[in-house]
Write a new protein. Structure first.
Length: 189
């Protein structure tokens, strides 16, 4: 990765590695990339610019993929706003998801984690609005779920167990008395 600093790591179903990275002197202008590597560390593909030679990412923060090869990247736009960039295997932008009006009218979309479900959908955890955004494998919103309805505030991290159980880690806002972390086991239906 040198001279880039790694920010996100994801192992694909074909045992390849997707690594997000940016220039070492960030936030100064420079490279922001996702690199696809094989098991020997050979760079097979670099995702950096769109078809108009514009940067794809500001700060590639989290990565997941779906079975059709689409790559989902939580891209940190600022400390207060993130987005999900969906790329095809060829690097073309399929979609950029920035939340929905019903949820993100007053609070901008701020996913902190992203995970692929056993049914090949993608869940983005919007910590600020206590919402799980469920996207299809083309990056379009299928539905959403308010985690505060079941007592989970500030969903921060997501992972599926090998048996298909979803675990949600939560955190509290900086400076809050609820800063403590919890882990919740959730069954999806």
């Amino acid at each position: 990765m040198s001279p880039l600093r790694p920010t996100a790591v994801y192992i694909t179903s074909s045992n390849k590695l997707l690594v997000g990275g940016f220039n070492i002197d960030y936030p100064k202008p420079g490279r922001r990339v996702i690199i696809l590597m094989n098991q020997n560390g050979v760079h097979e593909r670099v995702y950096e610019h769109d078809q108009h030679q514009q940067p794809l990412f500001k700060y590639p923060y989290k990565i997941t993929t779906t079975s059709n090869g689409n790559i989902y990247v939580v891209d940190r736009m600022s400390d207060y706003e993130n987005r999900v960039v969906v790329l095809g295997q060829d690097g073309d932008v399929i979609n950029i998801y920035t939340g929905v009006i019903e949820i993100n009218k007053d609070l901008v979309f701020l996913p902190e984690d992203i995970v692929t479900t056993p049914r090949d959908n993608v869940i983005a955890a919007d910590m600020r609005t206590h919402t799980l955004h469920i996207l299809n494998n083309a990056g379009l919103l299928m539905t959403y779920y308010k985690t505060n309805d079941i007592g989970i505030l500030f969903p921060w991290s997501l992972v599926f167990s090998p048996t298909g159980q979803l675990y949600i880690g939560k955190s509290g806002p900086a400076g809050s008395k609820t800063m403590g972390s919890n882990l919740y086991e959730v069954t999806l239906s």
